[in-house]
Design a protein around this ligand. Structure first.
Ligand code: SF4
Length: 377
């Protein structure tokens, strides 16, 4: 079992909080697709044991800048290059302003069976502040169109912890999101990333970060609200109804191999990790000239142990002590247990048989705890 992530590196404009790699020069799209098709071919032996592809994820950037013919071209190349399962989850990220009935019908026809729509907020002033291209009406309408067409695995993104917000603001957002009656929600606390407009605003005093106590309050309220409304929190930022977890993202947390395609995309095959150059022009040029366009690091046992903790402790699946012993040895197990005992006493952590879980209310503070459990040698 393995996954494919395709980074579509274009956005019509840049959202002020976003640090994902994207270019606003959409004129390079055709050249990019040609390079991408070459990369798909080049990576055909990347997976150990020629694993079957069970998830494909179009992310970005903005995949919805592509036309249906381009999407079909990419999928056809993937189908003819890799082994894939007939049950493959194929997710496509969209912005509400790109959604039309005709476009979604063509996506469905191309085999896309899961949508991830970037709504982010239900407040027009906030959408403007974030430099989103859509308004609330378009956002709600985009979900209605997707449902009418027959998509029954829809995820939407929400950002909370926004500047100058409080619980009343959040309650209003949550009441609106729940009315959409969709299957999956990804809710992320706003972070002020380097080189973003929001970070610049923060440094100049134009925006103020929420106090930690307010952020924590919003997180606890939001998780309870979603659980009361039939969603299961299966990862710090992800909530699903009826076990409709994102298979693609869950596989990352289970250490499943994946191939990353396109500028800035990461690939992982259990032995090494590599990441493509985060520049569309250079990506195209290097592929055209048959040059290396990625950096690579071989993973040590220590790297693998730390990644296991990092990815699993913020999920409902927790850390399996048997797995640690079997895969990393007794030294790592003893290191882990010494810290686990400390947090067991503080009641941040609980154990069920051999599985160690972080209490959900502390997921929000998980960075500090995980960094202690990690091993540095
Ligand atoms: S949030 Fe999405 S649409 Fe906005 S700039 Fe980032 S990748 Fe592009």
């Amino acid at each position: 079992m393995a996954g494919i992530y395709i980074h579509i590196p274009f956005c019509k404009s840049k959202c002020y909080y976003c640090d994902f790699y994207s270019s606003q020069d959409i004129s390079k799209t055709e050249q990019f697709i040609s390079s991408l098709l070459i990369e798909i071919e080049q990576k055909k032996n990347y997976l150990i044991d020629n694993e079957t592809i069970e998830t494909i994820y179009f992310g970005g950037g903005t995949p919805s800048v592509l036309n249906p013919k381009q999407i079909q071209e990419i999928l056809s190349k993937i189908y003819t290059t890799y082994n894939f399962s007939s049950k493959t989850e194929i997710t496509f990220e969209l912005n509400p302003d790109d959604i039309t009935e005709e476009y979604l019908m063509l996506l469905k026809k191309a085999g896309i069976n899961r949508l991830s729509i970037g709504l982010q907020s239900f407040n027009n002033n906030m959408l403007k502040l974030m430099n989103r291209r859509h308004d609330v009406k378009q956002a709600i309408n985009s979900v209605k169109i997707a449902k009418n067409i027959g998509f029954n695995n829809i995820s939407v993104d929400l950002i909370y912890g926004l500047p100058n917000t409080n619980l009343d603001f959040l309650k209003d957002e949550l009441d609106k999101i729940i009315k959409l009656d969709i299957q999956h929600i990804s809710a992320y606390h706003l972070t002020y990333e380097d080189k973003t407009v929001f970070k610049n605003y923060l440094e100049k005093g134009k925006l103020r970060e929420l106090p930690d106590t307010e952020s924590q309050k919003q997180f606890v309220y939001l998780t309870k609200f979603f659980e009361d409304n039939g969603f299961e929190q299966y990862e710090i930022s992800n909530f699903a109804k009826n076990n409709l977890y994102s298979k693609h993202n869950s596989n990352y947390w289970f250490g499943v191999e994946y191939i990353g395609l396109g500028p800035s995309a990461h690939s992982y095959n259990k032995q090494s990790r590599q990441w493509n150059i985060a520049n569309v022009k250079k990506y195209i040029a290097e592929i055209e000239n048959n040059n290396i366009f990625y950096e690579k690091e071989n993973l040590t046992v220590n790297d693998k142990y730390n990644e296991y903790l990092l990815t699993r402790l913020r999920t409902k699946w927790g850390i399996d002590l048997n797995y640690i012993e079997k895969n990393f040895g007794n030294m790592y197990l003893r290191h882990l247990i010494s810290y686990v005992d400390k947090y067991l006493n503080l009641e941040y952590i609980y154990k069920q048989k051999n599985i160690v879980h972080l209490h959900k209310n502390y997921w929000f503070l998980s960075d500090k705890i995980i960094s202690e459990l990690m091993k540095t040698i």
